[in-house]
Design a protein around this ligand. Structure first.
Ligand SMILES: [Zn+2]
Length: 334
């Protein structure tokens, strides 16, 4: 019996025994299942800054879980051995959702990330882990391309605290040609997350000649200002040649600086540069008085004395984000 997968906009129609485009889901006995359930391919402890999240409990560690498969097929994928692998073909651990809180506790983590490939395609596992982690007082972070149908996302979001969402380009043609996906559902996901008070940050990998056009970057920033507001952090990340895009150069630093200048001109308060050494553009300034409140070097974080649990004590401005404090802990545990 043919079954249509309800999770992502690709809506794969699968015959018995056939796997979907994401290689994470298949038709077994007339039901769409995710065989990677309980069998992540990667488990490790990362700094929060690696996700990257800069305004969500900076400096804290996060238990990071990765399952195989992805519903995008980016020519520049950094993690193709996991994202493009079929869920039954990669070596795996066994970690059931109810075991996640104990592991996080043992590793000294108050947060769990679903990351490395695309957590939304192993949907049932990600959702079950989010539920058990939330019940144990942990926070949940999605690192995702956001390419999912409305209904499954709506059911997942009550258990999600934060997300870093990739926008691959602000251009449908790029999504089709480079990722085999579409932009519009990603923008819808971002608006849904923001509306549900999920803490959101956006990553945009700037690829020379393909998505580095300033008009396109300006259009992205205009969209963010209109639908998410000026406070959602935007990370411009540097491209390095890899996978199927080895012929392109590394993103010039000036290109990233121009992108950042453009985003700031459009009104965004928090614009960061990623994969850049030394870490120019990694500090957090108060959007009101411009005082530097957080400095970063690599994944290390240093707070200025004027920074108090998300507040700039120079001028009293409260920064967008979730910050550790007595009050923050109380709020988090509610
Ligand atoms: Zn200030």
């Amino acid at each position: 019996m043919k079954v249509t997968c309800p999770i992502c906009p690709k809506a794969c129609v699968l015959d018995e025994g056939v796997w979907g485009n994401c290689r994470a889901r298949c038709n077994r006995d007339g039901h769409i299942v995710a065989p990677g359930y309980g069998h992540p391919s990667a488990i490790q402890v990362d700094p929060m800054e690696k996700k990257p999240l800069y305004h969500f409990y900076p400096g804290e560690s996060i238990l990071s879980i990765g399952t195989a498969g992805c519903n995008l097929h980016c020519k520049n994928c950094q993690n193709a051995s996991l994202s493009q692998a079929r869920a039954d073909a990669v070596s795996t651990y066994t970690l059931l959702p109810h075991e996640v809180p104990a592991l996080a506790h043992e590793q000294g983590c108050r947060h769990v990330a679903y990351t490395y490939a695309e957590p939304l395609v192993c949907y049932e596992y990600t959702k079950a882990c989010c539920e058990t982690a939330r019940a144990a007082g942990l926070s949940n972070v999605l690192v995702t391309a956001g390419y999912i149908e409305e209904e499954p996302l709506r059911e997942l979001l009550p258990f999600v605290d934060a997300a870093n969402v990739d926008i691959k380009a602000f251009d449908e043609a790029f999504y089709r040609a480079n990722c085999q996906a579409a932009l519009a559902p990603v923008l819808r996901s971002l608006r849904m997350m923001h509306d549900k008070q999920v803490h959101v940050e956006i990553t945009y990998l700037v690829i020379p000649t393909l998505n580095d056009d300033l008009a396109q970057i300006r259009a992205l920033c205009t969209w963010m200002m209109r639908y998410l507001g000026p406070e959602v952090p935007l990370h411009f990340s540097r491209f390095f040649p890899q996978y199927q895009l080895r012929d392109l150069p590394v993103t010039p630093l000036e290109t990233l600086q121009r992108a950042r200048d453009c985003a700031q001109q459009e009104g965004l308060h928090f614009v960061y540069l990623g994969n850049v050494e030394p870490q120019e553009g990694a500090e957090t300034r108060c959007p009101h008085c411009q005082h530097v409140l957080i400095r970063r070097h690599g994944y290390a974080v240093a707070f200025d004395p004027a920074f108090d649990a998300g507040r700039c004590t120079v001028c009293g401005t409260q920064l967008y984000g979730r910050w550790r404090s007595c009050e923050g802990i109380c709020r988090q545990n509610k």
